[in-house]
Ligand binder design. Sequence first.
Ligand code: SF4
Length: 269
Amino acid sequence: MTNNKVIRLPSSGNGNDLGRKTLLIPEMNQTGAHLLAATFRSFGMRARVMDTYKGLDLGKEYTYGKECYPCQVTMGDILHFIEKEREDLGDSFNPRDYIYFMPEAEGPCRFGMYNKYQRMVLDSFPGLKELQIMSPTNSDAYSLGDILEEHQEQDFRKTAYFSMVVADILDRLLWKTRPYEKEPGMADAFIKRSRRSMADTFEIYGRKKGFQKIMEKLEEIVRESRSIVDPTIPPKPLVGIVGEIYLRMHEHANQEVIRVLEKHGAEVV
Ligand code: SF4
């Protein structure tokens, strides 16, 4: 879809001044969002992950209730971000300084409609027409060709994909260690630290395709994780969680179903 409401990708050649804009990434999976933001930063773009679930009331206020829940949550995330940023920056707040990252996909899933609906909502606020939405699409394999050089685009794709794989591994590491942690809270604190150091690693080595360095960091984290596990705790029943990706991965949206299962003696896989 091409219209003047949804900007699929900001073009580097039309005065968008990409380097001065901040790319706003909504959180689905915590680790994934942070590693993706780090990957963008590695390629020279300012990118940050927005707080999530703090603007749910706003998300519900500006949707009808028939949309997919992730659409309501992310609507709230961007509106909450703007509200906070306006409070913090006052008159210096400029919607042109931001790009909201909301990809799309074709097909029966309504995900492809999020950016269009959210564009309409943003446009209904004074000045927010200037806040662009970046919507890479599956129809061209999520190309970022308009903002990256050809050789960089391929590298970005590889690194972004790798960041998702590493994020999945870190999630599994949390699920594998938390039910067996020596003391409550150890696994969460460990993964939080590891997520930060892994994001730093992606930021430094992502653009250089330093996958070996990233693998070494991952191996170090996995080795360290053994120290928080109590080997005397017997194996617990394994429970697989399936379903819609956003709700499966977003811990507030799924009412922390993984922790609930763990409290009842399960190990989630
Ligand atoms: S998969 Fe997600 S985005 Fe797609 S229709 Fe279902 S809830 Fe909506």
